[in-house]
Design a protein around this ligand. Structure first.
Ligand code: NDP
Ligand code: GDP
Length: 344
């Protein structure tokens, strides 16, 4: 019999890639979405699976709604991806972020516990929990020092996931995933903001890309690779926590330069700090400018992951390289603009 999966946050980037991955494996996929006036399923449409996922309403703030959904959909596996996922917004909406990203996970786990069925549960934890990181690279044993309301909420969620495993013997896995991106990434995240911004500059639709901290370093991988790791975590004999990462780090500045190259623009830098400018060599035009509005109250300067445990125990390894990821994102945004597709 086909396995059943319930994915919360299915309309998000990872939800779309994971749903496609599980459908290809023969799963019956129920996708939980929060009702909005637009019911935006554009990512499922772009993956060609909008009609293959059974969509159900879910508001992760509402316990009874979650309980009914879990009872009715009878999943073998739950992937809890729903979250307010944008760090910058969490400084503006710390209470809401905590309600969704922290207590929302307890509501999900309570629903699983009360259902009393042998459901395997995946929690979308994050490298942001390492924050002001105490070692480099970071692994499952690195101490946490979260630096944003988002990261603090996710750390609570991580520990409550571990706690339900230890207290009640539930199969709960926490995937500590480093940044993963794709052409379906939200436009507010720096990678997509850069590829879309530079593609717009190339098409004459934008003059200057305004950006925050160019020195920040991240370990960026491709979302399509990372959802396979989520699935592998739930196929183990025993639930555990795993880091998924590429093991490489690059600065935001590196990302901008490489995305520019993919779009035929050579970007050179002048100035420092908030006065730094990115100049296109051929035209001599300033096309990148720092705007301190995009700085964060507390920054995470460097993240780089050690995925040795996942490689060893899950047989997982990222496939798409950093340069192929940047090219994929830049080329897709450029093509969307050329073909006058709606930019979502
Ligand atoms: P997205 O922001 O693209 O997707 C999050 C989804 O959660 C959206 O579909 C959103 O709904 C849904 N959601 C938000 N609030 C609620 C709510 N109150 N009730 C129900 N659903 C809600 O994130 P990603 O796909 O990039 O990430 C997936 C998960 O992985 C998130 O939990 C994120 O924090 C975590 N993560 C992501 C990393 C990354 O680099 N991408 C790294 C590490 C962890 P809507 O579509 O209506 O907005
Ligand atoms: P995060 O790692 O989950 O916070 O993912 P983001 O893509 O939002 O940010 C990655 C890094 O890029 C952070 O250190 C940001 O401070 C930095 N950054 C620099 N400029 C920007 C910007 O304009 N937008 C965003 N979102 N991040 C920026």
């Amino acid at each position: 019999m086909a396995k059943r999966a319930l994915i919360t946050g299915v309309n998000g980037q990872d939800g779309a890639y994971l749903a496609k991955f599980l459908l290809d494996k023969g799963y019956l996929v129920t996708g939980a979405v929060r009702r909005t006036s637009t019911s935006d399923t554009h990512r499922l449409v772009e993956m060609g699976i909008a009609n293959s996922v059974e969509l159900r309403d879910l508001e992760i703030l509402e316990f009874n709604n979650i309980l009914r959904l879990v009872e009715r959909s009878q999943p073998d596996e739950i992937y809890n991806l729903a979250a307010q996922s944008f760090v910058a917004l969490s400084f503006e909406e710390p209470i809401y972020t905590g309600a969704v990203d922290a207590l929302g996970v307890t509501r999900m786990l309570e629903a699983v516990r009360q259902t009393n069925a042998p459901i395997r549960f995946y929690q979308a934890s994050t490298s942001e929990m390492f924050g002001k990181a105490l070692e480099l690279p970071q692994s499952e044993t690195t101490p946490f020092h979260p630096r944003s309301p988002y990261a603090v909420a996710k750390l609570y969620a991580h520990w409550i996931t571990v706690n339900y495993r230890e207290s009640y013997g539930l199969f709960t896995a926490s995937g500590i995933l480093f940044n993963h991106e794709s052409p379906l990434r939200g436009k507010e995240f720096v990678t997509r903001k850069v590829t879309l911004g530079l593609a717009k500059i190339k098409h004459g639709e934008l003059d200057v890309l305004e950006i925050g901290n160019l020195d920040s370093k991240r370990d960026w991988g491709f979302a399509g690779d990372y959802v396979e790791g989520m699935w592998r975590m739930l196929q183990q004999d025993r639930a555990d926590d795993y880091v998924l990462a590429s093991g490489e780090m690059h600065s935001v500045r590196d990302f901008v330069v490489l995305a520019g190259q993919c779009l035929g623009m050579q970007i050179e830098w002048q100035g420092t700090g908030a006065a730094e400018r990115g100049i296109e060599r051929k035209s001599g035009r300033v096309i990148v400018r720092v705007n301190p509005e995009f700085y964060r109250p507390a920054e995470v300067d460097i993240l780089c992951g050690n995925a040795a445990k996942a490689e060893r125990e899950l047989g997982w390894k990222r496939k798409v390289s950093f340069s192929d990821l940047v090219a994929m994102m830049a080329e897709t945004d450029e093509r969307r603009l050329r073909e006058k597709k709606a930019i979502l």
